[in-house]
Design a binder for this molecule. Structure first.
Ligand SMILES: Nc1ncnc2c1ncn2[C@@H]1O[C@H](COP(=O)(O)OP(=O)(O)OP(=O)(O)O)[C@@H](O)[C@H]1O
Ligand SMILES: [Mg+2]
Length: 248
């Protein structure tokens, strides 16, 4: 009778143990995934990539032992064929690419990344423009000015409206709005991943001029098909896993 009453208990406890074991394994796997990959260290005086190798989940190499120093005040344009790994390099710099090795020493100061397709939080237009900052911290006038700076003055009267703005705004308008975020955030470093790719070259040129004028203290690193963000910028090209300087 001891066997009869205790065996269901044994069955249950064994299941519990194996579930817990599975849970512990999952936690360990998540920990080692976070510890693997390129390491983003504490901010340093310079912004450096140190023997940085980036791979894909299947092991294909996108960047092969690259070492590089980026300097504040020196704008950079990054070019390379589609699929070369440009966006992946930005993800690694942001600390969200888990495959590869080597390390990145980010610069002191604030970094803002604008992806090609901007993220739209739910809520008012003001919330959308002030993202990722805090809506209440920004004056309405500042938001209206930023919208006007990027050619979205027609939206200035609609700050309080909650809509699905990603459906209402055109692709180019969404990219302009993302640039307005950068104008409000005034980051020390701004990473633009084809952030004005939907604009024609005249409109793109205007946005580049606005960025230079309104964010003189921001170092811009841009992936772009539109070419220059500023005269005298540094040009890096990514091809076949090699990040090379391109002479001006
Ligand atoms: N999460 C992922 N899992 C698997 N492969 C990925 C992942 N993200 C990107 N890749 C692959 O990595 C390669 C580089 O992608 P990446 O987006 O960095 O290219 P890119 O240089 O930015 O190209 P584009 O100019 O088209 O934006 C591509 O072949 C892509 O399919
Ligand atoms: Mg890309």
């Amino acid at each position: 009778s001891l066997f009869v009453t205790s065996s269901p208990y044994l069955v249950t406890s064994r299941a519990t143990v194996s579930r817990l074991y599975g849970f512990r394994e999952a936690v360990a796997a998540a920990r080692s995934a976070a510890a693997a990959g390129p390491q983003v260290g504490a901010p340093g005086a310079a912004f450096t990539l140190n023997n940085l190798t980036l791979t894909l989940p299947d092991g294909r190499c996108l960047l092969d032992h690259a070492s590089l120093t980026l300097r504040a005040g020196e704008p950079v344009i990054l070019t390379g064929a589609s699929g070369a790994g440009k966006s992946t390099l930005f993800r690694a710099i942001a600390g969200i690419w888990p495959f590869g090795h080597g390390s990145i020493t980010p610069p002191k100061g604030s970094l803002l990344f604008l992806p090609q397709k901007p993220y739209f939080p739910l809520g008012s237009l003001k919330r959308t423009v002030t993202y990722p900052g805090v809506e209440q911290d920004v004056a309405d006038d500042a938001v209206r000015t930023a919208l006007a700076d990027v050619g979205l003055e027609h939206l200035a009267a609609r700050l309080g409206e909650s809509e699905n703005w990603s459906l209402i705004l055109s692709g180019g308008e969404q990219q302009r709005l993302a640039i307005a975020r950068a104008l409000l955030a005034k980051p020390d470093w701004l990473f633009l991943d084809e952030a004005i790719s939907a604009l024609d070259s005249a409109a793109a040129g205007k946005i580049q001029a606005v960025l230079r004028e309104k964010l003189p203290a921001t170092t811009i690193v841009a992936i772009s098909h539109h070419g220059g963000i500023a005269p005298g910028q540094r040009h890096l090209a990514l091809s076949g896993g090699v990040l090379a300087e391109v002479a001006a």
